[in-house]
Write a protein that binds this ligand. Sequence first.
Ligand SMILES: Nc1ncnc2c1ncn2[C@@H]1O[C@H](COP(=O)(O)OP(=O)(O)OP(=O)(O)O)[C@@H](O)[C@H]1O
Ligand SMILES: Nc1ncnc2c1ncn2[C@@H]1O[C@H](COP(=O)(O)OP(=O)(O)OP(=O)(O)O)[C@@H](O)[C@H]1O
Ligand SMILES: [Mg+2]
Ligand SMILES: [Mg+2]
Lengths: 268, 268
Amino acid sequence: VAHIIIVGNEKGGAGKSTVSMHVATALSRSGYRVGALDLDLRQKTMGRYLENRLAFCLREGFDLPTPEYRELPDIDPKDLAEGENIYDRRLSMAVSSLEESCDFILIDCPGSHTRLSQVAHSLADTLITPMNDSFIDFDLLARVDPETNKILGPSVYAEMVWSARQLRATAGLKPIDWVVLRNRLGAQNMHNKKKIGDAMEDLSKRIGFRVSPGFSERVIFRELFPRGLTLLDLKEIGVKNALNISNVAARQELRDLMKTLDLPGVEL
Amino acid sequence: VAHIIIVGNEKGGAGKSTVSMHVATALSRSGYRVGALDLDLRQKTMGRYLENRLAFCLREGFDLPTPEYRELPDIDPKDLAEGENIYDRRLSMAVSSLEESCDFILIDCPGSHTRLSQVAHSLADTLITPMNDSFIDFDLLARVDPETNKILGPSVYAEMVWSARQLRATAGLKPIDWVVLRNRLGAQNMHNKKKIGDAMEDLSKRIGFRVSPGFSERVIFRELFPRGLTLLDLKEIGVKNALNISNVAARQELRDLMKTLDLPGVEL
Ligand SMILES: Nc1ncnc2c1ncn2[C@@H]1O[C@H](COP(=O)(O)OP(=O)(O)OP(=O)(O)O)[C@@H](O)[C@H]1O
Ligand SMILES: Nc1ncnc2c1ncn2[C@@H]1O[C@H](COP(=O)(O)OP(=O)(O)OP(=O)(O)O)[C@@H](O)[C@H]1O
Ligand SMILES: [Mg+2]
Ligand SMILES: [Mg+2]
């Protein structure tokens, strides 16, 4: 049965859709069968990213490995069981339509608190939480003492993950492997990096997540969306500068993330 | 009557709360009476930022100029008029409680599409829309042709602003002064900057907004949240390095934004 990867963080702009697209495409490029769902029904950043990819391949005559994107099916409310939530049904139908044919299902969550996102977190075999290296982003994971930066207690998002974990434990499912990824790391700012790093270390022991080596701030993550490309595709499509220093370093960061995820059966 | 400044963008992580905090505090520091509302009722980034500021001043014995933050009042649903939306009432009560005593009311919106955010946009005298310098963020303003980067048409957020403008026109109110701010600009990446810049120029003429000089990517925007400080406060509280090169440049960027906003009666 497919291994389910959820990419979530209630904080907006942490890098969920960017990470989703890169992890899903990296798995496709390694030959795995990958399904993709986008639970941000209005923005559909990952959905549009994958649509742009298919349009680019059609237009330019490329055949790039591409995750299989599905919209959530429309359901007639009359078909729901008594008291069943329509979003729960739409999500479970989308997941089961991919489960047989895929090795992995990657689900991108919106940057807010929705029922779809909550239910998706309870389906997670692996949960990836990207966050900006900032105390504004950190505030949604945990409250810190402003003087000592010591953790005072978990915040709304950490509590939501906690209750997803409890749901799984009650249902006798495997625990969620929770990986937090520091994103948009600056080249300098050693002082802030250390403060955030220490707080992350402290928090990871208290609420149980693993910290992945991060992604640096790179323009390559901001310019490829219109063509649906990721940094791993550049060599294949023959882009000039595909392997400049920054892109080589970015590929290494993505490879490090894939190694940290330690997905079942994946050899990179 | 108070001038209402809305900071909005459906895209998560564009910099709304960061810009809200800096604009509101800059006005307070210039002696204006400023009210602040946070419509992201769960994350409350600006609300928490201002709470941290008050706690810091109390703890350290400072008296920093601080916008007056209000929570939306709780309403008994029985008190609503027939068919009235409870959020509309909560927002209009919060605004009118500040209108008499303030020169400016600054309202921070969530990074998603909510009723509160929609109504707030129709109250805007000035609308500030921060965005990351990225085609992922740009996609919520407009669709672009992947080959030519020409604008194909407005996206969901631009359409929402458009309908807020029409509501105001029908009600005989002043048009919204819409200012888009490029945020987290990198030091290099001239190629991507030019592509985004050209697309912004093209779009600003089609849908009618002004483009403000941007904010660069700076660690100062990520580290001061626990103490509720902004870069304008550093000199007053006697922080070492308050006026290093990056902070002096950041102060200039904030001043340029304030000039671009051209708020009634504000001389900087
Ligand atoms: N490592 C990076 N370097 C540079 N820019 C990045 C990086 N990661 C993400 N970005 C940019 O940051 C912005 C936010 O990223 P993204 O949209 O993936 O976040 P998100 O968490 O999915 O946001 P939302 O909450 O709206 O769903 C985008 O403009 C993206 O291009
Ligand atoms: N110019 C900047 N330089 C560096 N970091 C920045 C800058 N502007 C914002 N940030 C950081 O980017 C992240 C997103 O900013 P912020 O939370 O203000 O955005 P937002 O639009 O309010 O997000 P949301 O959609 O969650 O409400 C935060 O971690 C913040 O510290
Ligand atoms: Mg997203
Ligand atoms: Mg915000």
